[in-house]
Design a protein around this ligand. Structure first.
Ligand code: HPA
Length: 280
């Protein structure tokens, strides 16, 4: 089975046609901006933007209208510019329990011709070498959460894997080069997805550490599986916004996670800007 065309209930062509009729910009590179990592938007000269809820057949109600935005624009650097599509905000599985909503932006990206996808997220650091404020290039992904997902989402996620290597080696190497020139500290490691919404218990983190997780978060894994199946070259980067429960004794809150992102936001935006130009 291939994923071109429709999700089970939605017509992704209709959504893509609506967008294409309103902008001539045809970016090949898209990026998903995780919690608190939105500063890059300021470096993009907005050409057209769309709330998820205004796009025909996007599986979201207008009540959930603030869930996210697609921003088509030109990323600027000195006298160069490159067209990009930025997803500002994403839908997490825990928000609605709908895997279709989580994945629709990636279906849409494929349909409008995106060839390279950069996924970012905020994550809790488990590896004892990690500090809050570091970055982790995701080498591999896993989830014990499929035991909790409804059957139809399992179909999305697990039946059509073509290959075990989900990330594009050249995109990874470029990121390593760009990060080594930035002030940010970068690690490479395994990301574990749990559905949330609650943060983990210290006992869960001890378990995840034993089974090989370097960082934990509530997104990214479904999107990576789908992007891979659509043939979109993908890279994924976690911002370690905090040390995971029990690694740090500090109580976690979503507000702290977002605040942590905003403190490194400018450095992160600069690194991403360099990175995107390196991919062009
Ligand atoms: N756990 C899960 N998700 C997260 C965390 C965490 O510690 N930090 C940011 N997202």
């Amino acid at each position: 089975m291939s994923y071109s065309g429709n999700t089970p209930n939605r017509d992704v062509n209709k959504s893509a046609d609506y967008i294409k009729a309103q902008t001539n910009l045809r970016p090949k590179i898209a990026l998903v901006l995780g919690s608190g990592l939105g500063s890059l938007i300021q470096k993009i000269e907005d050409v057209a933007s769309f709330d998820f809820s205004e796009i025909p057949d996007f599986p979201i109600s207008s009540v959930e209208g603030h869930a996210g935005k697609l921003i088509f624009g030109n990323l600027k650097s000195k006298n160069c510019s490159i067209p990009v599509l930025a997803f500002q905000g994403r839908i997490h599985f825990y928000e609605t329990g709908s895997m279709e909503q989580v994945l629709f932006p990636v279906f849409l990206a494929g349909q409008i011709g995106i060839e390279k996808l950069i996924i970012t997220n905020a994550a809790g650091g488990i590896n004892s070498r990690f500090n809050a404020g570091d970055l982790m290039l995701i080498r591999d992904i896993f989830t014990p959460s499929h035991i909790r997902l409804p059957n139809n989402s399992r179909n999305f996620l697990f039946q059509h894997q073509k290959h075990f290597d989900y990330f594009d080696e050249e995109m990874n190497q470029n990121f390593i080069r760009c990060a080594s020139k930035s002030k940010m500290t970068m690690h490479i490691g395994n990301y574990c997805w749990l559905t949330g919404p609650s943060y983990e218990t210290p006992a869960e983190i001890r378990m995840l550490k034993k089974i090989g997780a370097d960082a934990v978060g509530m997104s990214t894994v479904p999107e990576v599986f789908l992007a891979h199946n659509l043939g979109i070259k993908t890279v994924a980067v976690s911002f370690i916004s905090n040390l995971a429960a029990g690694i740090s004794l500090k109580k976690l809150s979503h507000a702290d996670v977002t605040r942590a992102g905003s403190t490194i936001s400018e450095q992160f935006a600069e690194l991403m800007q360099q990175y995107i130009f390196s991919l062009a």
